[in-house]
Design a binder for this molecule. Structure first.
Ligand code: NDP
Length: 283
């Protein structure tokens, strides 16, 4: 029998038009000859509840959430995965029968990008710049993956202190907060340094985090969450000090492959997704 029905997933956001996820997910569907569609859907904040009802009614297989829905969506779902509950945000919804389950793949994508570069988070000492959504997801997943201690460096004290307290109290890692009000000096013994702020994101490509670059040594692996441009000034400066660097394209692609697997059960090609994104970013 011919099947004319495609399976549907997508993203709810506002604004959402510039979200490039469709490019990598549809490239992966085509690559595996799956008859699935990824829809980029504008959902205003006061219509999120109706949108989730619509997702159920249309039998969609799942959805990604982006700004400003990642926290709000949690109250409309049937279950929240334990790590997403700790992070306090959901970026991916998957379906189990009639149940909608909230997951967070951002931090998992970051951890996967390290593992793919043969870096084991276990026992590592990490400094993370930022305490927003990306930083929370990364800090929680790194702690769950065995990082031994995490220093949260953030401009706003309230958010930074809250993240350090969450890691310290709810995971096996120890954590502390440092207020970011001058050039931050990376402590000796830091294995992994992550920029999880939006500093350096297109179009502000000349910006870079305020750290003491002279104090950075090749012993530290330096990571950026910024996917566009992938090679930020932060990473370029780190390489000048001999550091191994990991860019934000990996995190973006792997959070996508993890979501893809949750929805379809199949393994997307990270290379296909990366090529599609790189083409879309013109890099
Ligand atoms: P949020 O708005 O939740 O958090 C932004 C963070 O950046 C806050 O900690 C904020 O500090 C800090 N920050 C912003 N500007 C400055 C500045 N000038 N000086 C010091 N600190 C600053 O954003 P998200 O966490 O959602 O996103 C952060 C970045 O991560 C974005 O660029 C996004 O593109 C990227 N990202 C990448 C992903 C990937 O897959 N590669 C996935 C998700 C996000 P404060 O608290 O003081 O305001």
């Amino acid at each position: 029998m011919t099947n004319y029905k495609s399976e549907l997933v997508g993203v709810f956001g506002h604004p959402v038009a510039e979200n490039p996820t469709i490019v990598m997910q549809e490239a992966a569907f085509r690559d595996l000859e799956l008859d699935w569609r990824y829809l980029t859907i504008e959902v205003k904040p006061d219509q999120l509840e109706d949108a989730v009802k619509g997702l159920r009614a249309l039998n969609m297989k799942g959805i990604n959430l982006t700004i400003p829905h990642k926290i709000e969506v949690m109250k409309y779902l049937d279950e929240i995965a334990p790590d997403a509950a700790l992070i306090g945000a959901v970026n991916t919804v998957r379906r189990e029968g009639d149940k909608l389950i909230g997951e967070n793949t951002d931090g998992k994508g970051f951890v996967r990008s390290l593992v793919e570069a043969s870096i084991n988070p276990d026992g590592k000492s990490m400094v993370i710049l930022g305490a927003g959504g990306a930083a929370r997801a990364i800090a929680v997943e790194m702690a769950l993956a065995g990082a031994s201690d995490i220093t949260v460096v953030n401009r706003s004290e309230e958010k930074g202190a809250a993240l350090a307290e969450l890691i310290d109290q709810k995971t096996a890692a120890s954590a502390k907060f440092v207020a970011w009000n001058k050039a931050y000096q990376i402590p000796d013994g830091t294995d992994i340094l992550v920029n999880a702020t939006s500093i350096g994101l297109f179009p502000h490509v000349e910006a870079f985090p305020d750290i003491d670059y002279n104090h950075l040594t090749a012993a530290t692996i330096v990571c950026d969450v910024i996917p566009n441009p992938p090679d930020t000034i932060f990473l370029q400066e780190a390489r000048k000090k001999g550091c191994e660097t990991i860019n934000g394209l990996g995190m973006l692609v792997y959070q996508g492959t993890i979501g893809f697997k949750m929805w379809t059960g199949a393994d997307a090609s990270a290379d296909v997704m990366k090529a599609a994104l790189t083409k879309a970013f013109g890099t």
